[in-house]
Design a protein around this ligand. Sequence first.
Ligand code: 13P
Length: 254
Amino acid sequence: MRKKIAAGNWKMNLDLTQAQTLISELTQMINDEYSGSAEVVLAPPFPFLYPAHHLLKNHSRFHLAAQNIYTKESGAYTGECSAQMIQSVGASHCIIGHSERRQYFGESHDQLLAKIRLCLRFGIYPIYCVGETLSARESGKTFEVIQQQTEQVLFLLTEDEVRKIIVAYEPVWAIGTGKTATPQQAQEVHAFIRRIISEKYGASVADETSILYGGSVTASSAPELFSQPDIDGGLVGGASLKSREFAEIVKALP
Ligand code: 13P
């Protein structure tokens, strides 16, 4: 059975005190109110990973993700963080290829592939993001874009490597806009991603791959999204910064 996952991408928000408060509130609410099987993955900014690791280490449901790493293992790359660094401060997951990184930092498929390979070398589960822009959707190119983003990165990995990847479908037009994809729109793309993974690596790999939806997920939209057969959870931005809201999103998973 593939894993159900609620992941919170905090992006570049909060200070240390706010981050600690959010984690304390979340662990309490989720421990008290949720008895399902989902994993909760929190992706705070780099400076909060280590303090977050200390707050989360006795809560086995919770896992820690970085939001990015650099494409090189180590060296003279001022301002960057490596896979080994994030692993050494407690991260078990890393978001790779978020549309904000593709858009604002011009990250290429080659770079994303290098980052995924470094994650895997250090035992970190990559959360690989794909998603079309509004203009791609409006011109009927959604599946073409998703296929390219999948073929040019994921499909260059071995079957064993792909088994460690979590995919996140995040339509760019739904990120931070309050405009959630309908459950049907999201399901259609998730089913497509699972089908092309199945065609390339076989049904058992595809069945085991968790595919998360991201883009304006809220406590009210989560239940219907998460009830779709190919949606295995969410990658949540804004709503993951509010403990009550995010706890309700987690509780929408079985
Ligand atoms: P929002 O939930 O704020 O739309 O952000 C989604 C996202 O980008 C998660 O990675």
